[in-house]
Design a protein around this ligand. Sequence first.
Ligand code: XMP
Length: 525
Amino acid sequence: GVLVLDYGSQYTHLITRRIRQLSVFTLCISGTSSLSFIAEHKPRVVILSGGPHSVHVDGAPSFPDGFIRYAEENGVYVLGICYGMQLIVQKLGGEVAIGKKQEYGKMEISVEEECGLYGPEALCGTQTVWMSHGDEVVKLPEGFTVVARSLQGSVAAIENHSRRFYGLQYHPEVTHSPQGMETLRHFLFDVCGVTANWKMQDRLEEEIKSIKRTVGPDEHVICALSGGVDSAVAATLVHKAIGDRLHCVFVDNGLLRYKERERVMSTFESNLHLPVTCIDATDQFLSKLRGVKDPECKRKIIGREFICIFDDFAQELEKKLGKKPAFLVQGTLYPDVIESCPPPGSGTTHSHTIKSHHNVGGLPKDMKLELIEPLKLFFKDEVRKLGSILNVPESFLKRHPFPGPGLAVRVLGDVTEGNALEILRQVDEIFIQSIKDAGLYDSIWQAFAVFLPVQSVGVQGDQRTHSHVVVLRAITSEDGMTADWYYFDHKFLVDVVRKICNNVRGVNRVCQDITSKPPATVEWE
Ligand code: XMP
């Protein structure tokens, strides 16, 4: 397969995904992994990613000593992208300098003919690519040739075909490099002779076999379903492997959206045939949240309460089964387990990129359950594909993400005050339904309403009102880490606002949040 060594570029995951889209198995590991760890994977191709570092700085991350020899002795093909290319040049005796001109954004490059990297004629001549670098290669290592230059004259691609080393100064993995995908395809299949055998159906069957092997014939497994795509697909997969020895729980914490419990439970039961216990813990959660205004406190209370309920569920199950469940299913995805090289100056050497809040809410530490994480090698789009092979309904797979603490982070302040939750549910439902009716749901990454604990003066009918203000937020994003606000047309907004004010009692003013992330976050709390 292909191994990507990560040096911290924002595009590293994209390289891995692009290669998997070509049906080739790819893993991404830290760029400073040991030689034995790299060798364990027996890669045919190693790709060195880009990164924010400069090869000149002391302590700039690099592949381990002996890597070059290992690659040559084992017939491994090595492709460096951006920083990765500069590493190759520097380590093999060439020279990298701080560029006179920095190159950022779209650039034209001119490709020489007759070379390995751009073999077919279609890739020769000029093409547009996405550059993002300050340093540049000024002297090649012996045996290397320049196979493409930017129109400004700097080195855009190099190779040493006989030693199997290649370098691209630009990013073929981003869509702004229109021929990038074809370049990667040609490189992997025609130059490196890799075979395309990473198919979702095969992956699925392998996962099922591996779960059967891990879970003994009379062991039981538990799983908390959040109503989101990942836990639903993970549970469905495990259910396929071990049937009703899987026990799922779905907790209604009183912070769910309009009719969410009914909708989610009906998908689990009618479409997925999952054995799910639904626990109505509305009162338990809301009584603990009463009077609490601080966002962090709210999150902590919700996390703690969830753990208690999950603990009770496991104990009940133990009584019923006469033995403890031994395993716990989690819908962890690949981006959450990759270790990446941190940006310069961040102080850490290896950071684990798990976003702690992206769990259902934490789980009891003393439960001593072994984890089953059937999605830990997959990206989100691959999980959707798996889900669709497993007959998870399309509408469910495409649902917008929803935070674990639910509407508690969307009713600012005390969630139990007045009928804030009920108002928010109605506003949110009208907003989302309007987005669906307008055919916009799939082009928006996440949309929701927020309830503000303030009142404003309005006039409805002939009456002066003093009612609540709600905010609509819709964003586009790749992964939730950064986001842009979504631009609705005038008529859409006029209609939504009219519907909300006419149908939801207690609301007389609607605002739209037009802040990107950063500086704001997606959620308001
Ligand atoms: P923020 O507000 O951090 O949100 O910009 C980024 C993405 O993460 C979601 N989010 C959460 N998801 N538990 C979750 O499972 C949480 O506590 C949580 N907080 C935010 C948010 O909806 C957005 O998609």
